[in-house]
Design a protein around this ligand. Structure first.
Ligand SMILES: O=C(O)CCC(=O)C(=O)O
Ligand SMILES: [Fe+2]
Length: 294
């Protein structure tokens, strides 16, 4: 199993202390669509692809210096474990990360750093789409091929963070599948199947991270009488992690990192995605009507 080697605020959580680690995540290369489907997608199992990113322009092009020089003026939101901290330009954020890393070396810090948790560039900077491809073994992404365009969450984002930047336990919106490409730096992951936590996080909002992460009192209580099993893995530069719909994940950067994340779906999670998208749409409509009436 991968060993932690750096400052890891995210892993001081109660699950690391009281949960049960059941191993890492398999690394595979050269997977066919059929193999991926049978061995990972259908059994709802995570996998790390080791030979995908090397095929992309992004593997050599997407560096801190590249984004700073070519996209330095672009503004993106920053946050600390989903709490918004305001927008910064990529150049400002890159300088912030440099300073943070300097200070971290001379003055060990407990504070969780600001994280550029998602630059959703897909519509505003379409040229970046040339620098990567959907892994062929995943097959079609139904958000692109079968979903009404106006409801498409367009959930493709570049994430930048320093050592110790951290995303608290959640699973991804609309119960989509996810892949995350580790372009630079390493991240450590804790992955937990939703069934392990159904008695803990009761609402959709809680599952999506609108709660105090592992500090949720229901989790501490649950762990007194139940085993919660998790997987522990590290994504290295050049590796792409797939994890299926409704897998909780908690993530921490072991170094400064650049990652690309994408949410997708197909026949295996279509029902959930359509259902949740409809609920989201109805909720938004209801809010709009309510605010008009107010
Ligand atoms: O990389 C991270 O910190 C979080 C990534 C994540 O939650 C995702 O890609 O769904
Ligand atoms: Fe996520």
């Amino acid at each position: 199993m991968d060993q932690a080697t750096a400052n890891e605020p995210g892993f001081r959580g109660i699950l690391a202390e009281k949960g049960t680690c059941i191993g890492g995540v398999e690394r595979r290369s050269n997977l066919s669509e059929e193999e991926f489907r049978e061995e990972y997608l259908k059994p709802k199992k995570a996998v790390i692809l080791t030979d995908e990113i090397a095929k992309w322009n992004a593997s050599t092009k997407w560096t801190w210096d590249y984004f700073k020089s070519e996209y330095g003026d672009v503004k993106a939101p920053t946050g600390i474990t989903f709490q918004p901290q305001g927008a910064m330009t990529i150049a400002e954020y890159s300088d912030y990360v440099d300073r943070y890393e300097q200070e971290r070396l001379t003055n060990p810090m407990d504070a969780i750093p600001r994280y550029l948790e998602g630059w959703y560039f897909r519509e505003s900077h379409q040229e970046l789409l040339e620098d990567f491809q959907n892994p062929a073994c995943f097959g079609a992404d139904w958000f692109a091929t079968k979903f009404p365009k106006r409801f498409n969450p367009i959930a493709t984002a570049i994430i930048f963070g320093p050592t110790g930047s951290y995303t608290k336990l959640h699973y991804d919106g609309q119960s989509s599948h996810n892949w995350l490409a580790q372009i630079t730096g390493r991240k450590r992951w804790m992955l937990i199947e939703a069934e392990e936590l159904t008695d803990v996080f009761k609402t959709k909002a809680e599952s999506a991270g609108t709660y105090p992460g592992m500090d949720h009192p229901a989790l501490a209580k649950h762990l007194e009488t139940h085993e919660v099993r998790y997987r522990d893995c590290t994504t290295n530069p050049g590796e792409l992690l797939f994890f299926p719909s409704r897998v909780y994940h908690q993530v921490v950067g072991l170094e400064p990192t650049i990652s690309l994340t994408h949410n997708w779906f197909n026949d295996t999670n279509a029902r959930r995605v359509y259902w949740e998208s409809m609920l989201l749409h109805m909720r938004a409509m209801f809010q709009r009507t309510k605010s008009k009436r107010a």
